[in-house]
Design a protein around this ligand. Structure first.
Ligand SMILES: CC(C)(COP(=O)(O)OP(=O)(O)OC[C@H]1O[C@@H](n2cnc3c(N)ncnc32)[C@H](O)[C@@H]1OP(=O)(O)O)[C@@H](O)C(=O)NCCC(=O)NCCS
Length: 181
């Protein structure tokens, strides 16, 4: 890492307008996805942002919200669900994303039972200790289970409170208004 890098954490409600704009800009630049313009309309006030800086410039970001995974036969698990992982293209490959994700894992280890994210970059997270779920996946809705057989790249990070997991079993998550995973 560079000498002038730093990582800080803040709740969504604590982020000022300039920081919100910087987060959106980094997400759009990294993912080439204009929908991130609406990121803050999806986040609760207690979203937990991890922000990686190079000097005073935002280089990398991730945000945690609380969701509820349930592996078959297990109780609901309080889940640190990670979204909007992004490093500004100008800073990619310099360790900022790894720094942010390691700090995030440390921040959530006592408050949550497990961590989860959805990605197309499985190997990046495997290097950081995450493991891809191998079993079937589904959303839990009021009307019952909504299977998501096309879904890939659901990754889990075990935390100190994570129970024994059968990685081949059915894993479900509560359906949200605009998405399942
Ligand atoms: C995926 C992403 C978040 C990684 O962020 P990053 O800041 O580039 O991450 P790092 O620099 O820590 O690591 C990236 C790679 O550079 C390597 N690297 C890290 N520091 C390095 C260094 N000092 N010298 C050389 N290589 C280094 C890492 O080993 C890693 O390799 P890997 O991907 O094969 O595991 C970022 O590339 C990104 O925003 N991509 C676009 C969006 C995306 O795909 N998001 C994830 C899907 S949800």
């Amino acid at each position: 890492m560079e000498d002038h890098s730093a990582v800080v954490a803040a709740r969504t409600r604590e982020l000022d307008e300039a920081t919100r704009a910087a987060v959106i800009q980094v997400c759009i630049a990294a993912h080439d996805e204009p929908d991130f313009q609406r990121l803050f309309s999806f986040l609760p006030p207690d979203g937990l942002h991890v922000l990686g800086y190079s000097q005073s410039q935002l280089a990398s970001h991730a945000v945690v919200t609380t969701r509820w995974l349930q592996p078959a036969g297990q109780p609901l698990l309080k889940t640190a669900y990670v979204d909007a992982v992004a490093t500004d293209p100008a800073f990619q490959g310099r360790g900022f994303g790894s720094l942010v994700m390691r700090h995030l894992a440390w921040l959530v280890r006592d408050e949550y039972d497990i961590a989860c994210l959805e990605t197309e970059r499985v190997t990046f997270y495997e290097r950081l200790g995450w493991q891809e779920w191998r079993g079937p996946l589904a959303g839990r809705a009021e009307r019952g289970l909504v299977p998501t057989p096309e879904q890939t790249g659901i990754m889990i990070l075990r935390l100190p409170r994570t129970p024994e997991l059968d990685w081949e079993s059915l894993l479900t998550i509560e359906c949200q208004p605009e998405r399942i995973w």
